[in-house]
Design a protein around this ligand. Structure first.
Ligand code: GA4
Length: 336
């Protein structure tokens, strides 16, 4: 860990971690949602990496750009104006502090529930003038991404051959009115100090520290600025080339549990950039709080033991929100 002495902006963060120049991962599996092979490619990607890219996703570009522009308008406000919606409870505006257990990152963000009542309440706190526009854009975006996400989950169930449970075994949890899903917009400001010679001496500034997502599935769209990295099966970090017209889907902890470890909840992180701002919008699909989560019976072959015990999403979420970002939370599910 490095504490920089001269740069006041970086000074307050103790987040710079040593790491080798990262490799660019050029083999991100690409799933064309309109192609008959989509389910097979998805299943393989979830087993091997825990991440894939979706093209021909059907989410209109205008819907994405409209929300992106509204979010940028919010972030362009003065710090004092933005701070009026801070700290997040957990929803609202946050800057540098992630969660409530001491994690920090070179990031500012908006965190919202997908529940329309909470979106409405929060957008009134976030935008004092004309909150309806942002609210409308968020609802429109979430509606479209959720639709695509359910299609992805149904194809995954097909690919896994979920005959007994049905192809809506995962998607029904997200479609449910009481689904506890959330949505986040992260802005990683450029950090010009990174360019100064020797400032970090080959080290990187963490925008969002390494973690896995606790929910079932996450759907990310970013602008064309790099930063996202995943931890490969051999333990090395690799950069995912950005693609503003596609979505990146990653497996969350609950999907790893429901597939009895067959799908991997991928560890990922974001590094800050010296000259360009990265903006990402992530939909985290979660089940209702009282949903019981355990390995699905038809995925356990006769001799295969269930690796995880049953927990409700409420139990798991409560424990997750008490943990540090980089903690391995899935062990809470593990049978001893
Ligand atoms: C990671 C995935 C989502 O961004 C999030 C994060 C949440 C937060 O920012 O409040 C958590 C993190 C995330 C997991 C561990 C806890 C909770 C920060 C943190 C240290 C909104 C989520 O659901 O879990």
């Amino acid at each position: 860990m490095v504490v920089l002495s001269n740069q006041s902006a970086l000074n307050e963060l103790f987040l710079v971690k040593t790491c080798n120049p990262s490799t660019i991962f050029t083999e991100v599996p690409v799933v064309d949602l309109t192609h008959p092979d989509a389910k097979t490619i998805m299943v393989k990607a979830c087993e091997e990496l825990g991440l894939f890219k979706v093209v021909n996703h059907g989410v209109p570009l205008e819907v994405i750009t409209r929300l992106e522009n509204e979010a940028l308008k919010f972030f362009k406000q003065s710090q004092s104006q933005k701070d009026k919606a801070s700290p997040p409870d957990p929803y609202g505006y946050g800057s540098k502090k992630i969660g409530t257990n001491g994690d920090m990152g070179w990031v500012e963000y908006l965190l919202l529930s997908t529940n329309p009542d909470i979106v409405s309440l929060k957008t009134h706190q976030l935008f004092h003038q004309n909150p309806q526009v942002f609210r409308w854009c968020v609802e429109e975006y979430i509606g479209e991404v959720k639709k695509m996400c359910c299609e992805v989950l149904e194809k995954m169930a097909d690919g896994l051959g979920m005959i007994a449970e049905g192809r809506n075994v995962f998607s029904r949890m997200i479609r449910e009115e009481r689904s506890d899903s959330c949505f986040r917009v992260n802005r990683y400001p450029p950090c010009p100090e990174l360019k100064e010679e020797g400032a970090l001496s080959g080290r990187n500034l963490i925008g969002f520290g390494e973690h896995t997502d606790p929910q079932i599935i996450s759907v990310l769209r970013s602008n064309n600025t790099s930063g996202l990295q995943i931890c490969l099966p051999d333990g090395t970090w690799a950069s995912i080339p950005p693609d503003h017209s596609s979505f990146f889907v990653n497996v969350g902890d609950l999907l790893q549990v429901m597939t009895n470890g067959r799908f991997k909840s991928v560890k990922h992180r974001v590094l800050a950039n010296s000259s360009m701002s990265r903006l990402s919008m992530i939909y985290f699909g979660g089940p209702p709080l009282n949903e019981k989560i355990a390995p699905l019976p038809s995925l356990l072959s006769r001799e295969e033991e269930s690796l995880y015990r049953e927990l409700t999403w409420r139990e798991y979420k409560n424990a997750a929100y008490k943990s540090r970002l980089s903690d391995n939370r899935i062990t809470l599910f593990q049978k001893s």
